[in-house]
Each structure stands twice: as C-alpha cells, then as structure tokens.
Design a protein. Structure first.
Lengths: 114, 110
C-alpha cells in the first residue's frame, strides 16, 4: 500500500492564480481531511469528508474548495491564491468508526504564494 | 471554541536527559491522541488514550491522561537524537474531527 499520497511536493504561485492540490489514499478510508500547518500554530483543519459525495468545512475553510467524487481522492482547490495561504498542506485519512481514530498523513505540499 | 494548549513550545535537552511535554484542554476530552513530526516530515500517530488516569508506555515514552480528562503528558526517558521532532497532542472536536495543539519542538544535543 502506498498509504496517503500528495502532489505536488512543492509549488510556487503568484497572487490570484488558482491550483489544485491532489490527495489520494489506497486504504479504503472513508474519512479524509485537509490541514494547513503554519509555524507555531499546529495543524488547522480546512475541510473534511466522511465519504464520497460528502464534504464539510473545518476551522479555516475560506479560500479553499473540496470535492469527493471517489473514496480514494480528495483534491483541495485554491480559488485565487493569496500570500496568507503560504503554508504546508497535509492530507490525512483514517478508517470510519468509533474504535479507531488514528489519522494517516500524506507527505505534504509546501506552497508559497508571492 | 475548544482549545488545546501545549507547553513548552520549545525544549532543548542534552542527549540522555529526560523530556516532558504537557497538553491542556479547555474542555473534557473523550480521548486524546499524540503525534510526532520529524523535521521536514509529516505527523505520525503515536498513541491514543481513552480512560481517565490511563498510563501507556512505548519503550522510553510514557503517556498519561489526566483524571479529569482535561490534560495529558508525554514523557521521554533518556532522550536520543532520534527523538528530535515536534510532538503534538490532539483532542476531539465536533463531529469526527480533532483539534491539534501547537506542538512542542524537541531538540536533542549529542
């Protein structure tokens, strides 16, 4: 199993550009989420999904869109990049259910917006 | 809203010394998780604590969950250079999500 994969690993955007960060998992996990990590602020939840066709907002959703058409894929779209979106983005997945909440994280995408 | 705080923010230790990081929540938690993130890496799950007063050990790492289920700690005995990284605690928030603390960055001097 590849686990959780993310592409690209690095990206530089100009203000106003749009792009999609890709995330895929091969563990058949129903729950997937996107976090951003900024220095001294830990991981903040952007959007999450509890299954194909179901998405919801997290703590910091503004400026981002998501969709979940399949169990495997959960892309994150930046609509119009701003310097405040410079961050490291992590995708995570885990099994659904009450007994296991361990999250598996992807390797991350380092995004710089100039 | 619910907050999870961690102290200290940074800790520098000499190899062989012990290290402890503390996690405090503004609300009672049903469970708490701990993750480790190596420099340049991604968070990796270490453990989940569920019961009041629970203590779990993983080799040199000891995890505790407070009696009131509002605080937790991670203690590392005799640190090694492989322990370098940032340690995060995370507590449940609405739905099935978790809120992460800001982390404690540990550096170990050889």
């Amino acid at each position: 199993n590849a686990g959780v994969t993310q592409t690209p690993k690095f990206q530089v955007l100009k203000t106003g550009q749009s792009m999609t960060l890709q995330c895929a998992q091969d563990m058949n996990h129903e729950y997937m989420s996107w976090y951003r990590q900024d220095p001294g602020m830990g991981l903040r939840l952007i959007h999450y999904s509890v299954g194909a066709g179901i998405t919801d907002q997290g703590e910091v959703p503004n400026g981002y869109n998501v969709s979940r058409s399949t169990t495997e894929d959960f892309p994150l779209r930046l609509l119009s990049a701003a310097p405040s979106q410079t961050s490291v983005y992590f995708c995570a997945s885990r099994p659904q259910g009450l007994t296991s909440y361990e999250q598996y994280f992807g390797p991350g995408t380092r995004l710089t917006v100039t | 809203g619910q907050q999870v705080m961690q102290i200290p923010q940074y800790q520098h230790v000499q190899e062989g010394e012990d290290f402890t990081t503390y996690c405090n929540s503004s609300t009672t938690l049903s469970n708490i998780q701990w993750y480790k993130q190596r420099p340049g890496g991604h968070p990796v799950f270490l453990i989940q604590l569920v019961k009041s007063g629970e203590v779990k050990k993983q080799k040199r790492l000891t995890f505790q969950f407070g009696e009131a289920k509002k605080n937790s700690s991670l203690h590392i005995t005799a640190t090694q250079t492989t322990d370098v990284g940032t340690y995060f605690c995370a507590g449940p928030r609405y739905g099935q999500n978790f809120v992460f603390g800001p982390g404690t960055r540990l550096s170990v001097l050889p």
